[in-house]
Design a protein around this ligand. Sequence first.
Ligand code: EPZ
Length: 421
Amino acid sequence: MAVYFLVKGKQRIKGRIMINGAKNSAVALLPAALLTEETVKIENLPQITDIDKLLDIMRALGASVSSPGDHSLCIDGANVNNYSPPGMLVNQLRASYYLMGSLLGRFGRVEIPMPGGCDLGPRPIDQHIKGFSAMGARVEMEHGLIKVLAKKLRGAHIYLDVVSVGATINIMLAAVKAEGKTIIENAAREPEIVDVANFLNAMGAQVRGAGTDVIKIQGVKKLYAVEHSVIPDRIEAGTFMIAAAATGGDVIVEGVIPKHLEPVTAKLKEVGVEVESGPDYLRVIGRENLSPCDVKTFPYPGFPTDLQPHMMVLLVKAPGISLVTENVFERRFCHIDELRKMGAQITLEGRTAIIEGGRELSSAPLQAMDLRGGAAFIIAALMAVGDTIINDVKYIDRGYERIEERFLEVGVNVQRIEELD
Ligand code: EPZ
């Protein structure tokens, strides 16, 4: 079945939207739940295909999953007795790599193929492996499987060569039940890492310093049942904030932690958009006259790479030259060719996109190639003259819950069309 979006151009978004739970927390919390044999309840989970796939893997490992409500799940990992997640499923999403840390922490071994995920250039996992090895695990690559085995995991002092969200969380997962103390230096500081640490601590772990670049984990013998609510998704919130700015709209994103969005708020103000901040909401009021600006992506609290494509689309509207430099992923620029089809003037020099803004976009058939690039196309389509088709919405569904319904909540028409091949 071919599934695509049809987006009417020249629409302004207007209204309020309650933000869902964070995908990048949720995909780590579920594997973390397997660190206990007791039942864990997680609320405010987004309904996205990455979560569906992760749950399929966890069921295949023996976990039982029930759903007491729309966005909540109970996970009972008592019967998990398998340390080898099925390759076909693991290949489909990046976050399956968190099963390395959690199964290693639980069983002292795991056998898993290289994880899949969006193609953003090379995405090695050497820092994850370095962490596990430092803790005493033997790591081998055999028949396409990464085999990690530890008779006993011991706390270690680990200095990450690159600031990595995945490696920081994965080492945390392996370390919570290891013997002794683990110290992660040059750790990533993303809010999702703090959420995972809070979850683990509520289960009885002793993780200190999450949210700073040094995390200390004192191993404990056992973890217990817990109920936890996922933090709001700063990237979903940022998507609607930038959409409001790009369409000259007016939107209130509710249920957010404004601090998490400061790098985005600051850039929106720099381009001349009005942003009001409340205790748990942000209001963005678009303006017709935008100024160009330079954006450099960095690990948190820098400007998030996950909003780089959206920001680039916004800057197409700002007359003058803007520069967007992608410092986190080597090749997160698949969206540029498609935006050019719409009339955007963007050239790429190394890791910097040079945008000659101030031109009107016109509709074109677009091909989503990754999650965030795909979402940014919806914003471009709303700005454009004419009706745009966005193919392969499966990429967008990985990380945004029914995004067309969310856009409808803020008054714009994004139609999901399903056609038999
Ligand atoms: C997480 O990816 C997110 N994914 C990404 O979300 C996000 O873009 C990224 O962090 C950065 O914020 C999940 O949380 C599931 P990294 P991750 O390890 O963990 C290099 C989205 O759209 N690196 O922080 O894979 C790596 O190549 C996405 O929601 C190594 O060299 O990212 C990259 O250049 C996609 N060796 C940089 O570090 C390693 O062992 C940061 O990657 C690990 C990473």
